[in-house]
Structure formats: C-alpha cells, structure tokens
Ligand binder design. Structure first.
Ligand code: COA
Length: 256
C-alpha cells in the first residue's frame, strides 16, 4: 500500500496514479521513493505502464516547491539524482510506458511524461518547464530529453521562456503524440495501452532497446544537469523565485 500512489492492475497493464491532488500531485521525496518502490515491485512481472494524476486538475505540477525552497545545493543535487534515477528506470522500462497527461504537466510532471514512450494529453491541459520562473532549471532529465524529443529551438523556447503551452501547441511541436477528449480521456488512453500490450512482448522489448538513447550519452547529460541544478541553490534568485510562488506574488529577480 502506498500513501501517494494508486496502483490498478489489469492482465498486461498497470495504471499508476500520483495521488496528492491537494498539492496538484507535486513530487516530494516520499512520492519519488514510492514510485521507485512501485517500479521495483512491478519489475518482478513487467507490464505496460500507464502514469496519470489523481483529480481533475493536474497530471503532476512539478517537484514540490515548498520542500525545495530551503534546500542546500547538496540537498538539491541529491533530489535531482533521486528524480533522475526514478525517471530513468521508467525510460528503461522493458515494455512500453504511457503518460496520460490529464491536466497540468509542469516541471517534474513534464519530465515524467518525457521519460515515457507515449504521451497523450487531455484536451485543455497544459504542459511545460516553468522552472526558470522559480530561479532554477529542470533537474529530472528535462534538459536532455526535451531537446531530444522536440529539438533545440523548441526546448529553448520551453525551458528558457518557462511558459507552459496548450495541448494543441504541444501536439504541433511533437511533444505529445495526441490530444484526447476530456469526456473519455482515461478510457481512450487505456485502450491505446491495451492495444500496445497485446503485441508480442519479446519484439516490443527489442524495439525499445534499439530505439532508446545510448546509456553513456544519457548518463553524462544527467550528471551535468544535476550538478548545475544544485549550483543554482546557492543563488538569491532561487530563494526569491520559490518564496514568490509560495507567497502567490510575482518574483523580483536581482540576478544574484
Ligand atoms: N509544489 C508545491 N505545491 C504546489 C505545486 C508545486 N509544484 N504546484 C501547486 N502547488 C500547490 C499550491 O501551492 C496550492 O497550495 P495551497 O492550496 O496550499 O495554496 C495548491 O497546490 C493549488 O495550486 P494553486 O497554485 O493554488 O492552483 P492554481 O490553479 O492557481 O494554479 C498551477 C495551478 C499549476 C498553474 C500552479 O499551481 C503552478 O504554477 N504550480 C507550480 C508549477 C511549477 O513551477 N512547477 C515546477 C516546479 S520545479
């Protein structure tokens, strides 16, 4: 039993819902640890995995800002490593993984979706990497995987601009595979996932293995990301950006 996850199983498919709706399913250390534990348990008999968020509003609204606000650079780097490791396990999951983006997918939420093989977004949902507005950068693999998926120009627009985009723009730039209607969103995603799960698993495993990025390249990129992510926690801009979010006011960056 998990405190922050709901796990529902079918024959060849497991639906994992992040279950912290009052904080828009924000990822704190406990959620990440539970995800890791859940993957460990699932790996005994791997199925196609579908990730989604509880509630109507959010898939995952990012890493938990309240928990990050006062972190030291070392603590921030450790958090980044924890997120990277869990999301990399999803990236390397032997069978297909699907992100059912049922609402806001921001920061770590966008990165969770990027770690999956398929991304389906609900009509009206928004997705993006707004970390820059908090005085930081993505730290769970987003700087590498977003660029791989949408290219350098779009990755710069999303990460340096920080403004989340609507579902239709996300589809236009190839960030998501498709937009699905609000009314039957969950059922339609599950039907896609069931169809995937009905293919031969031996060939699916080989296909994924051949298509995934080389381990060395990913490893180096993630190491650089978490070092620089940690360093930003020495800045006043990080403290101000996160304090401003929690105090529900715009940040005043002084570039210090
Ligand atoms: N970490 C911690 N708490 C978060 C959160 C996060 N990433 N995202 C939302 N929450 C909390 C809010 O603080 C609020 O808590 P409160 O009710 O105690 O005040 C609650 O979830 C609801 O969010 P709120 O901002 O009031 O909802 P909204 O509809 O006005 O806005 C969002 C929704 C998603 C646009 C907004 O919550 C947001 O921008 N979240 C942060 C996104 C972000 O920067 N993510 C990257 C983190 S690295």
């Amino acid at each position: 039993m998990f405190k922050f996850l709901k796990v529902e199983k079918e024959e060849q498919l497991t639906l994992i819902s992040i279950n912290r709706p009052d904080q828009l399913n924000a990822l704190n250390r406990e959620v990440l640890e539970e995800l890791d534990q859940c993957l460990e348990e699932e790996s005994k008999k791997p199925a196609v995995l579908v990730f989604t968020g509880e509630g109507d509003k959010a898939f995952v609204a990012g890493a938990d800002i309240a928990a990050m606000k006062d972190m030291t650079p070392l603590e921030a780097e450790k958090l980044s490593l924890t997120g990277q490791v869990v999301f990399h396990k999803i990236y390397q999951w032997p069978l297909p993984t699907v992100a059912a983006v049922n609402g806001y997918a921001l920061g770590g939420g966008c990165e969770l979706a990027l770690a999956c093989d398929y991304r389906y977004i609900k009509e009206g949902a928004r997705i993006g990497q707004p970390e820059i507005t908090l005085g930081i950068v993505p730290g769970f693999g987003g700087t590498y995987f977003l660029k791989k998926i949408v290219g350098e120009a779009r990755a710069k627009e999303l990460i340096m601009g920080g403004r989340p985009i609507k579902a239709d723009r996300a589809k236009e730039i190839g960030l998501v595979h498709d937009i699905l209607p609000q009314n039957h969103f969950r059922e339609e995603v599950l039907n896609y996932a069931r169809e995937l799960a009905s293919s031969g698993h031996k060939a699916l495993r080989t296909a994924k293995n051949l298509l995934n990025e080389s381990h060395e390249e990913v490893k180096n990129a993630l190491e650089r990301e978490r070092t620089l992510f940690g360093e930003l926690f020495t800045t006043q801009d990080q403290t101000e950006g996160m304090a401003a979010f929690l105090e529900k006011r715009p940040p005043k960056f002084e570039n210090k």
